[in-house]
Design a protein around this ligand. Structure first.
Ligand code: NAD
Ligand code: AHE
Ligand code: ZN
Length: 370
C-alpha cells in the first residue's frame, strides 16, 4: 500500500513528507495505522547524527498510538481493530531476559531493530524504489507502519490516541524510572535534572509515590511553573546558583543529599552532578538521558565507595505489553496528568515545527495528528 510519512534522508537535515510504499505484514507481524505520535528528544538525537545506531534514510518516531489494520500469519495476541501502542522495548515473554523478570530489556529482536530492519532482516518501507530503514522498531512518523506482534501493547478503546501516544515513551519512561528502576519510597528526597518531556514525568511519578522534597534543576526558567504543577517543591537554575554549585545547592535542599536523583538530559557533566548530589551511604542516581556517541561518564570512585549507586533505565524498566495498558488505565482514571504536558499538536506536514519547538525549549511535547 501507499502511505504518507516524514522521511529522514540525512543527519541534520529537516524531514520531508513523502508518499512511501509499505509492504504488508509477514508472519508474526502487524500493520498499524498510526493515529498520533509524540516527538521525543531521542528522535532529535538520532536526526542530529549523534546516535551510533542512526541510519539514513529512515522513518523516525517511536511514541505512537494507533489501530491494527492487518495481521500476518500466526499472529494471535491482537487482531484488526485493536487499539495499540507500539513498543520500542518489546516483550516476547520467552527470551532469557523476559523469563528472568530482572529486566525489561527483551532481546528477541534487539539486533535487527538496531540495524533498522524487521526480524527477517528486511525493511517494509520503500520510497521512490529505494529501501528506507525502520527506527527503534516503531517508525511512527509514517501513517501506516509494520511491527512485530511482540512489539505492540493492546490498550483500551476509549483512550484518546492523541494523549496516550505519549505513554509509548515519555510518560512510561519517567514514571517507570521512579517506580520500577529506583523504587522511590514515600518520604524520599528526589532531585530531577532536566524538566522536559521526561523529567516532568519523573516529577509526577515521585509525587505519586509520596516523595517528600522534589528538587527540579533546569537551565530554562520557563520550566519552573509547569514542574511545580506536577509536584516539584524546589527549583534550582544552574545559571542562578552557578553551574559549579549545583551539587551543593541540591545537598542543602535535601538534608545532606538526595535519596534518588534522575538525569533526564543526556549531558555527561550533569550525570556527574546527579550522582554526586546523592546522599552518602545510599543515594541512587538513575541515568535516563541518552548521551551522544563517544561521550563517557566519570566521577571519583570514592563516590561509589561511600555508598552512592549509579544506575540507568530504558523505557522506565517497563515490560510494555504488561505495564503499558495499566498506565493507560491510570490516565483514564485521572491518576496521571498527560494533557498539560502536550503543549502543541500539528499535522504531519508541520512535523519540523515540532522539532524546532523542542530545540528552542518552547514545547514540552508536540504531538503529530494524522
Ligand atoms: P527535552 O528536550 O524535552 O528536555 C530536556 C530538558 O533539559 C530541557 O528542559 C532543557 O532545558 C534541560 N537542560 C538541558 N541542558 C541542561 C543542563 N545542562 N542543566 C539543566 N537542564 C538542562 O527532552 P526529553 O524528551 O525530556 O528527553 C530527555 C532525555 O531523555 C534525552 O536525552 C532523551 O534522549 C532521553 N530519553 C531516554 C529514554 C530512556 O528510555 N532512557 C526515554 C526517553 C528519552
Ligand atoms: N541508539 C542509541 C541508544 C539510544 C537509547 O539508549 N535508547 C533508549 C530509549 S530512548 C527513548 O527515547 C533505550 O531503550 N535503550 C536501550 C536499547 O536497547 O536501546 C545508542 O547510543 O546506540
Ligand atoms: Zn523517546
Amino acid at each position: 500500500m501507499k502511505t504518507r510519512a516524514a522521511v529522514a534522508w540525512a543527519a541534520g537535515k529537516p524531514l520531508t513528507i513523502e508518499t512511501i510504499e509499505v509492504e504488508g505484514p509477514k508472519a508474526g507481524e502487524v500493520l498499524v495505522e498510526v493515529k498520533a505520535t509524540g516527538i521525543c528528544h531521542t528522535d532529535q538525537y538520532t536526526l542530529s547524527g549523534a546516535d551510533p545506531e542512526g541510519l539514513f534514510p529512515a522513518i523516525l518516531g517511536h511514541e505512537g498510538a494507533g489501530i491494527v489494520r492487518e495481521v500476518g500469519a500466526g499472529v494471535t495476541s491482537v487482531q484488526p481493530g485493536d487499539h495499540v501502542i507500539p513498543l520500542y522495548t518489546p516483550e516476547c515473554r520467552q527470551c532469557k531476559t523476559c523469563l528472568s523478570r530482572r529486566s525489561n530489556l527483551c532481546t528477541a529482536i534487539r539486533a535487527t531493530q538496531g540495524r533498522g530492519v524487521m526480524p527477517d532482516g528486511t525493511s517494509r518501507f520503500r520510497c521512490d524504489g529505494a529501501q528506507v530503514f525502520h527506527y527503534m522498531g516503531c517508525s511512527t512518523f509514517a501513517n501506516f507502519t509494520v511491527l512485530p506482534e511482540i512489539a505492540v501493547a493492546k490498550v483500551r478503546e476509549d483512550a484518546p490516541f492523541e494523549k496516550i501516544c505519549y505513554i509509548g515513551c515519555g510518560v512510561t519512561t519517567g514514571i517507570g524510572a521512579v517506580i520500577n528502576t529506583a523504587k522511590v519510597w514515600p518520604g524520599a528526597n528526589v532531585a530531577v535534572f532536566g524538566l522536559g518531556g521526561i523529567g516532568l514525568n519523573v516529577v509526577q511519578g515521585a509525587r505519586m509515590v509520596g516523595a517528600d522534597r522534589i528538587v527540579g534543576i533546569d537551565l530554562n526558567p520557563k520550566r519552573e511553573a509547569m514542574a511545580r504543577k506536577f509536584g516539584m517543591t524546589h527549583f534550582v537554575n544552574p545559571d542562578a546558583v552557578g553551574r559549579d554549585k549545583v551539587v551543593q545547592a541540591v545537598m542543602d535542599l535535601t538534608d545532606g543529599g538526595a535519596d534518588f536523583s534522575f538525569e533526564c538530559i543526556g549531558n555527561v557533566e550533569v550525570m556527574r552532578q546527579a550522582l554526586e548530589c546523592c546522599h552518602r551511604g545510599w543515594g541512587e542516581s538513575i541515568i535516563i538521558g541518552v548521551a551522544p556517541s563517544g561521550a563517557e561518564i566519570r566521577t571519583r570512585p570514592f563516590q561509589l565507595v561511600t555508598g552512592r549507586v549509579w544506575k540507568g533505565t530504558a523505557f522506565g524498566g517497563a515490560r510494555g505489553r504488561t505495564d503499558v495498558p495499566r498506565i493507560v488505565d491510570w490516565y483514564m482514571e485521572g491518576k496521571i496528568n498527560i494533557d498539560d504536558l502536550i503543549t502543541h499538536t500539528m499535522p504531519l506536514d508541520d512535523i519540523n515545527r515540532g522539532f524546532a519547538l523542542m530545540e528552542k525549549g518552547e514545547s514540552i511535547r508536540s504531538v503529530v495528528l494524522y
